[in-house]
Design a binder for this molecule. Structure first.
Ligand code: ADP
Ligand code: MG
Length: 140
């Protein structure tokens, strides 16, 4: 299976509870390698641009408010089948539906404050990585 990359965000609910290390440990134990990482405070423009695909959804405004409510850690993860591997360890969007042993089951507070983002396809992974990182910031 090919080694690929995906994009991850440790969301404000997790950074607020000092879970950056705990979440990263679960990612690493799932076979993913952090090849880029930075802590940022997203601007409203960045949040709206990043989540543009959800612009028409009823939760869009609240989501952008949440994502700008505190620091986040944006990361590029590398590993075999990275997109799916990350989605598997993240768990379902709604923590009530997430499997035992997943990040969201372990740490998410709600369907909105669900601790992590992960790309949903190789194509979107590339777009999302390029949104936050320049090539020289990624060291594989
Ligand atoms: P995922 O993050 O699992 O890919 P989506 O792409 O569908 O999920 O949604 C993006 C983010 O929007 C979610 O991670 C969550 O923070 C928020 N969200 C999704 N659905 C809802 C909802 N029904 N109510 C509030 N927030 C939501
Ligand atoms: Mg999504």
């Amino acid at each position: 299976m090919a080694v690929t990359r995906t994009f991850s965000i440790i969301k404000p609910d997790a950074t607020r509870r000092n879970l950056t290390g705990a979440v990263t440990k679960m990612l690493e134990e799932a076979g993913l390698r952090v090849v880029a990482s930075k802590r940022i405070h997203m601007t409203r423009d960045q949040a709206e641009g990043f989540y543009g695909v959800h612009r028409e959804r009823p939760f869009f405004n609240d989501l952008c408010t949440f994502m700008t409510s505190g620091p986040v850690v944006v990361q590029v993860l590398e590993g075999e089948n990275a997109v799916q591997r990350n989605r598997d360890i993240m768990g379902a969007t709604n923590p009530a539906n997430a499997d035992e042993g997943t990040i969201r089951k372990s740490y998410a507070e709600s369907i909105e404050a669900n601790s992590v983002h992960g790309s949903d396809s190789d194509e979107n992974a590339k777009i999302e990585i390029d949104f936050f990182f320049s090539p020289d910031e990624i060291v594989g």
